[in-house]
Design a protein around this ligand. Sequence first.
Ligand SMILES: [Zn+2]
Length: 165
Amino acid sequence: MTPSPCHYCDLAAGRTPSPGGTIYENSLWHVAHIAQPKLQMRGMLVIRSKRHIELIPDLSDEETASLGPIQRLICTAVKQVFSPERLYCICIGEGSPHLHFAVIPRMASMPAGSGVKTLLAMSELKYACSEAEAAEAAGAVRDAVQAILAQSSADTLRQLGGRRP
Ligand SMILES: [Zn+2]
């Protein structure tokens, strides 16, 4: 198999494994624990488009319609599992030219009052976790996602969009 020039395309297609495996996916979006040892913080997830696009203006109508429901689903599951003080869902994209949103539970033990302080502390590996901790966190969030989906209305499931893989 010819390697893709984009690491995030490889992650979204399952050609590169994520710690603990896929948490949620459909034909438009893939969600997994972050797989970057330098930024690997317990419970930090990545929502990435399946298609290789770079910026929010590149989203299709279908991707746009499902983005909010996907973010709500994943953030709800992360909130249930980790009970963070704050919950970030950010799109920066300096490190990878493939559209993605980092979901970061800012715990009580982390700097409050400024997301920048938390991100700086993360960049200094203050919250780095092991592969096993990341895999365990991914499993816990996946279980929470499944429980939420099992209780979701047909409307909510339709809004998530995309065919199941
Ligand atoms: Zn890509």
